[in-house]
Design a protein around this ligand. Sequence first.
Ligand SMILES: *Cc1c(COP(=O)(O)O)cnc(C)c1O
Length: 361
Amino acid sequence: MNIPVSDAILSIKPYIPGKPIEEVEREYGIANSIKIASNENPLGPSPKAIEAIRGALGNLHRYPDGSAYYLVRKLAEKLNVSPENIVLGNGSDEVIGMLTRVLLQPGDEAILPQPAFLVYDMMIRCDSATPVYVPLKSLAIDLESMKNKVTPKTRMIFLTNPNNPTGTIISKAAFEDFLESVPPEVVIVADEAYIEFVRNADCFHGLDYLYGGRPVVTLRTFSKVYGLAGLRIGYGVMPKQLAELLNRIRQPFNANSLAQVAAMAALDDTAFFRKTLKTVHEGLEFLEKELDRLGVRHFPTQANFFLIDMKKNAAEVFEGFLKQGVIVRSMISYGFPEYIRVNVGTHEENVRFIKAMENLI
Ligand SMILES: *Cc1c(COP(=O)(O)O)cnc(C)c1O
């Protein structure tokens, strides 16, 4: 078959999804494995969200509210922004795609860190634009080098804060200096998927710059701290003019009805939110102490995950953990051939991970 498609589409590397846990368990003859590979919430979904979903099931024959009226207003109030600043997505992934579609024309450039969240590259290429990579410096986003990559073709810049997969942050001072040196028409996207976990008060927050007269977009998600990754709901907060453009191309029912009610309930579930932060922060302390005891090199983080230097091939390490029923993420495809990334689990999961690590080294 010869199906003519653009070089842009052909340049996209197919995303290779992991196998379902059940398949992996069958293949390796293991049971009760734990997955600490995708930065998900170890406590499960917010219980209030589950309850809200149960209550909404009887209305599944209806289309969702295309404006997500109540959720948008609730978010606006919580974030102290106007509802016109908010665009919801089928996960923040979809908002990334809406931004690139609106902002990028063939031949335009978008600057992003290397390595970065894979969705940025995919979406930039979908719109026949060019990803311009800037390698990390000491595992952190290198704003100085990013500045130097700006050309008249630059339309947008992706900043992941905290960064995935390294867990580093960008300080307020560094961001403000950066903002001053970037042309005012270039859109800056602050992907804050893990911002709720940050403990360093110097960390910059995109929302602080929303009304500063510059196109700064903040991306947030319900997939991590709220435990709703499977529902697919996230959002962008951006200047009204930009939101209006995104709404022109947004599919009217992109935020499904269960996601809308669950997200609202999760925002009210302060007990779950606090318990998640406590679990993650205490878990990090435990894991860091245990890895130090074992003499395993690991890196500081402001997120719910961190990098570990295994000093041997990460594919072998991955297998070694898998055989013990522990699923971690190899960082080979991110350009760290001997690193793995793990997220904080429940205390029981953390203990199992450390035991597996002890067996492996
Ligand atoms: C997990 C994650 C997201 C969230 O994506 P959703 O589509 O909202 O689930 C966004 N950006 C980064 C860097 C992430 O790691």
